[in-house]
Write a protein that binds this ligand. Structure first.
Ligand SMILES: Nc1ncnc2c1ncn2[C@@H]1O[C@H](COP(=O)(O)OP(=O)(O)OP(=O)(O)O)[C@@H](O)[C@H]1O
Length: 312
């Protein structure tokens, strides 16, 4: 396997300042080829600036990056598809031309771009958009056209800046499916988001960025494993010897006890509860979600600044 097939994107200690503001403060990350990688962080964390440096749109003040095995990102621009955070297409162009034009900017001959645009729209049941000027489409529809234009030249690396924002729930689901399909076909996908749930559903690996720094970079499972599983317990007995089995941090929410699974695991816990006469009504042991892991890694303040999964 060639080196560029193993690691699609690598950043080492990227730093970028805008006047007195250090927007990106030593970001390092590594994105395996063929993976879906999420860049998570609240507004202003430095995600867009990091993506722009990776793509070669702006240069870092210090640090280095490598894209598809090349340390000059613009040299591989024809293998890259980029959906910027600021969306925009020529309003007078029709959807077919807009898609073909975006492909042409990445080296795809216009005639081939038009042929592919027609096929891409038809595949999605959107053939009637072909001749429609962009100005007559809704914001979400125009965003779909721009996304198709991002993919028309079949890039090996797809970089999407906040691709879910501005889409309703159905189109968010369609976009998730499309991202999965592109990865299954061998592309590498990096997307930024301030909605943890999208990253949790899609990504194998993530980087959490807060205030320009990487708070965590690695597998989603690794992030979740930083927290112990949570036990939820309802008992028939209110008091009794079983209460000694609850760890010090246990808290009661209504009838339910919630606490971290003690290091001994479920068996000693169950034994103590049963022998202590708890009378177990319900008991579940849940693996923490990425949201809880995010809170533990980046702090509750940063987590609160992240968006909820509400379609905009
Ligand atoms: N060209 C610029 N000039 C001055 N400041 C900038 C510039 N670009 C970004 N910044 C500042 O750098 C910080 C990081 O911005 P960036 O856009 O990278 O964050 P982000 O995580 O993508 O957030 P958002 O989703 O809100 O765009 C912010 O404080 C922003 O105001």
């Amino acid at each position: 396997m060639q080196q560029d097939q193993e690691v699609a994107v690598e950043a080492r200690d990227l730093v970028k300042e805008f006047g007195p503001k250090r927007a990106v403060d030593g970001v390092s990350l590594s994105v395996p080829a063929g993976s879906i990688f999420g860049l998570l962080g609240p507004n202003g964390a430095g995600k867009t600036t990091t993506l722009r440096m990776l793509l070669g749109i702006i240069d870092p003040d210090s640090g280095s990056r490598s894209l598809l095995g090349c340390d000059q990102p613009l040299k591989v621009a024809c293998d890259v598809g980029y959906l910027p955070e600021e969306r925009g297409l020529y309003p007078a162009m029709n959807a077919r031309e807009a898609i073909a034009f975006m492909g042409a900017l990445r080296g795809l001959p216009l005639a081939e771009g038009r042929r592919r645009a027609v096929a891409m729209l038809a595949e999605r049941g959107l053939a009637d958009w072909e001749q429609k000027p962009i100005r007559s489409l809704s914001k979400g529809q125009a965003q779909t056209v721009q996304l198709l234009g991002t993919l028309v030249h079949r890039p090996r690396l797809i970089v999407l800046d906040e691709p879910f924002s501005g889409l309703d729930a159905i189109n968010q689901e369609k976009l998730e499916a499309l991202i999965r399909a592109e990865a299954a076909a061998g592309a590498t996908i990096i997307f930024s988001t301030h909605v943890i749930a999208h990253a949790e559903r899609l990504c194998e690996r993530i980087a959490i960025i807060a205030a320009g720094k990487v708070a965590f970079s690695g597998a989603v499972d690794e992030a979740r494993d930083q927290l112990r599983p949570v036990v939820r317990l309802q008992t028939r007995a209110a008091e009794g010897a079983w209460r000694a089995a609850l760890p010090p941090g246990a808290r009661q929410v209504g009838r339910e006890w919630r606490f971290e699974l003690p290091p001994g695991g479920p068996e000693p816990l169950l034994k103590s509860l049963i022998e202590g006469g708890a009378g177990i009504d319900t008991l579940s042991i849940e693996r923490p979600g990425l949201h809880d892991a995010f809170v533990a890694i980046a702090g509750a303040g940063t987590a609160d600044a992240m968006g909820r999964e509400v379609p905009q």
